[in-house]
Ligand binder design. Structure first.
Ligand code: AMP
Length: 146
């Protein structure tokens, strides 16, 4: 939905601000770390959502945790990248939003993370809400009050 200039922050929902699932880079639980690192480096993102084979959200995975996992005493043990699966090191304790959540509920969740995943009540992945999107809407609202 496109927002009109006078739409107030209190009327905006997560659905109005999120990046929808088809535009979000993701990896699957059973992918090896090698694939996840490729997706992260090629996309330029620091972390992406992890989905299961039925497209349910199960966690997120980032570059730092992958690199830490391969860090040996004296070198990066890159051979580990093909042995370890995403599900073994992904972060599963993550905040999740619903599309119907309000602007304020979205704002509260992106304070501690550059993006938060959006899923429906059954856990099917809908997209992500980024801190950037929240800040853009806030700026638009503040500018319209001047
Ligand atoms: P940005 O607000 O564009 O700086 O994005 C912040 C973070 O959100 C990125 O580092 C990624 O972890 C995630 N992100 C943003 N856009 C996407 C996308 N299209 N696909 C996957 N992750 C994304």
């Amino acid at each position: 939905m496109s927002l009109t200039q006078d739409q107030r922050l209190t009327d905006i929902t997560v659905a109005d601000m999120m990046i929808s699932s088809e535009k979000v880079a993701h990896v699957q639980v059973n992918n090896p770390l090698e694939h996840a690192l490729l997706v992260l480096v090629k996309s330029g993102y620091s972390a992406v959502p992890v989905l299961d084979t039925s497209y349910k959200l199960v966690g997120t995975i980032g570059k730092t945790v992958i690199l830490n996992q391969t860090l040996g005493l004296e070198r990066f043990e890159t051979e580990k990248l093909s042995d370890i699966k995403v599900k073994e090191i992904m972060k599963t304790d993550i905040p999740v939003l619903l599309k119907t959540n309000t602007f304020l509920e979205g704002l509260n969740k992106v304070i501690n993370s550059p993006f938060v995943c959006v899923a429906d009540k059954e856990g099917y992945f809908d997209g992500i809400l980024t801190r950037r999107a929240i800040l853009k809407h806030l700026r638009r609202d503040l500018s319209s009050r001047r």
